[in-house]
Design a protein around this ligand. Structure first.
Ligand code: FAD
Length: 328
């Protein structure tokens, strides 16, 4: 068994996703405690830039660069990853709790006959290399701590922004190229094309600026003013569970305990009361601005700047002012 902590370095169009750097940063911290090497597992096609960006974050990069891996399908990734994981037997394998991670990891765990903790919001490691994973259950009502039996690797997917990216890492990873095992005849799925969803905004977990509105926005069509503000700031639009439950917004934009953790440089909350379930998702945001009509709204306890006022007056005024200022 190899004495390594591996992170699945998920990439899109050759760019490694932020969550992978977060997990590599955590893995480097863990490795200091357990004295293990850190490996990044990178699959795709045309990955020179991705390799370069990962080099400071790992001791080794296990690279499978092949045209058959240009687009993700569970088939082709499984065929390529399972054999070399079996061969190397890392002690830990982590991935982002992204749509790809959630699709790939349970399949991999089944193939490898090992344990898997999905959608974790915390991870620690003991000196003997035992991983302890924390994950929400019943929509975030309780948290479970998961430990693994003897099977290896210990596998977990982890939510974005659970860990911070350590930009000071200066490793110099050795690149280990692994031949592709793709047998086109064995593939059951084929990507025939990719269609981008409406809008070009970053996911709220990766955006540097997030502007969000809660139930105070009163109706789904009123989110138009939030979209206009977001356009001016090049921001993404988030929300609370209240509006998601109303069917006003998509679950993918929900911030909080049963939604997503964000780590924006600037988070602006409009008409959001500041329930603990919501603010749990904004803990690593650098600057928080809150606007609410209720001076006693809890959100002000978490805000660096607060305005007691009506969002329907403040948002359009802010958008107009920012348009002028940013133009200059
Ligand atoms: C197990 C569990 C998990 C949960 N997970 C999440 C989660 O992940 N994320 C999440 O967000 N919530 C979550 N919740 C729900 C959470 O407890 C709150 O109910 C929710 O966050 C409230 O959303 P809100 O702030 O939009 O609405 P409200 O609490 O109704 O607040 C609306 C705010 O808008 C203000 N307002 C009204 N009109 C205006 C105006 N014109 N201008 C400015 N302000 C105005 C009001 O003063 C008020 O403060 C969870 C709950 C449970 C039980």
């Amino acid at each position: 068994m190899s004495n390594e902590i591996w992170v699945f370095a998920e990439q899109q169009e050759g760019k490694v996703r932020k969550v992978s750097f977060e997990l590599l940063s955590a893995a480097v911290d863990f490795s200091k405690k357990t004295n293990q090497a850190v490996g990044a597992v990178l699959l795709g096609n045309g990955l020179q830039q991705a390799v370069k960006s990962l080099t400071p974050y790992a001791d080794k990069i296990y690279l499978i660069d092949d045209p058959s891996l240009a687009s993700y399908t569970s088939d082709v990734y499984l065929i390529n990853m399972a054999p070399f994981i079996k061969e190397h037997q890392p002690s830990v394998l982590l991935g982002g709790a992204t749509s790809t991670g959630k699709d790939l990891f349970p399949r991999l765990a089944m193939h490898l006959q090992t344990g898997y903790a999905p959608d974790c919001t915390g991870l620690t490691i003991e000196e003997n290399g035992k991983l302890v994973a924390k994950r929400p259950l019943y929509g975030g009502k309780v948290f479970a701590e998961v430990v693994f039996s003897e099977a290896r690797p210990q596998m977990a997917t982890v939510r974005n922004n659970t860990f911070l990216v350590n930009e000071n890492l200066k490793k110099s990873a050795q690149v280990i190229s692994i031949p592709s095992h793709t047998d086109p005849a064995a593939l059951k799925k084929k990507v025939v094309g990719l269609e981008k969803g409406a809008g070009t905004k970053l996911d709220i977990t990766e955006a540097e600026i997030v502007v969000a509105a809660g139930r105070g926005i009163k109706a789904p069509e009123n989110f138009k003013i939030m979209e206009e503000l977001a356009d001016v700031l090049n921001a993404s639009v988030g929300t609370t569970r209240a509006t998601v439950d109303e069917g006003w917004r998509d679950l993918k934009d929900q911030i909080g305990k049963s939604g997503k953790n964000i780590s924006a440089k600037l988070y602006m909350a409009f008409g959001i009361s500041g329930a603990i379930h919501h603010v749990l998702g904004i803990g690593t945001c650098k600057t928080v601005v809150a606007v609410d009509t209720d001076p006693n709204a809890l959100i002000f306890n978490y805000a660096d700047y607060g305005i007691v006022g009506d969002l329907f007056q403040i948002v359009p005024a802010l958008t107009e002012e920012l348009k002028k200022v940013l133009k200059e």
